[in-house]
Design a protein. Structure first.
Length: 277
């Protein structure tokens, strides 16, 4: 049976996360499955690269599905979008190998966490930013964040109800940069534990505000105790911006940002490695 992959973007504020819960609860999987099934004229089962929580956005979520009915890729994009609300959009479709799996074939996930560092709230796009009133030192945050790099036990940064069999994860890169009053936390890993990015963000905010020293993150990593780390940061401002696959998969290899975030430089470049804006 032919297997198709899609790149999907969505506004997480409109949904109770990715995963289907019931027909009455709005989730990305529910709405996407409905639209695909209409275009396919039969039931379709959708699998994603990574389940996002309530309020978390995605600019490059990757999914796959099998369907005996063949449709041109344009139909899986334009046709499906015609049956979706404006808060979800299929941006690319392509045929993939029968053994391609959106989750298991992925070799890395890339998240971006955006903080509006200002005492006065913004009236524009508040769902895309987490507001932090405390003045943040992004250089201290970036220095502390380097303690996350490498393969390690992230027990101090996993949710209490995390269902993963292992706390081991490999963080490939992490960086913190400031763009005027926007502080961006950019992190890439082979996979993430439940709430791992938001727990990391909450901890780095404590460092950036001066409440904790730069060395605190390294101490937390060694303690392996979630109760000692920072609070779980808000889902506002968290974006899944890329999922990496082997080149042979055929999935486009580029991070995707909304047009209003094009000023942000991704790829985990550290704040001290580029000139000032």
């Amino acid at each position: 049976m032919p297997r198709t992959a899609l790149i999907v973007a969505y506004n997480g504020q409109s949904f109770h996360g990715w995963q289907y819960q019931s027909e009455k609860i709005p989730t990305v999987q529910r709405d996407l499955t409905r639209a695909l099934s209409i275009v396919a004229d039969r039931d379709v089962v959708v699998h994603c690269a990574g389940r996002t929580d309530t309020g978390v956005h995605a600019t490059k979520q990757v999914v796959h599905f099998d369907c005996a009915v063949r449709r041109p890729n344009k139909a899986w994009v334009m046709g499906v979008n015609a049956h979706l609300d404006d808060d979800v959009s299929v941006e690319w479709a392509g045929q993939v190998a029968d053994d391609f799996d959106a989750r298991r074939t992925a070799i890395a996930r890339h998240y971006l966490y955006l903080v509006h560092n200002n005492q006065i709230r913004s009236a524009l796009m508040p769902e895309y930013l987490t507001r932090e009133r405390r003045v943040l030192n992004e250089k201290a945050m970036d220095e502390a964040a380097q303690s996350f790099v490498g393969e390690a036990d992230f027990s101090s940064f996993r949710a209490a109800n995390c269902q993963s069999n292992s706390p081991m994860r490999n963080v490939m890169s992490v960086g913190v940069k400031r763009y005027n009053d926007i502080v961006a936390i950019d992190i890439k890993a082979n996979a993430f534990l439940h709430h791992m990015v938001r727990n990391i963000a909450g901890t780095l905010l404590d460092v950036g505000s001066g409440g904790k020293p730069v060395t605190w993150v390294a101490e937390l990593m060694s303690k392996k105790d979630r109760t000692l780390a920072g609070m779980t940061a808000s889902p506002n401002g968290l974006f899944l911006v890329d999922v990496d696959y082997p080149a042979v998969s055929g999935i486009p290899r580029s991070s995707r940002l909304p047009h209003f975030l094009q000023f942000i430089a991704l790829s985990g470049v550290r704040s001290g490695d580029q000139g000032k804006d």
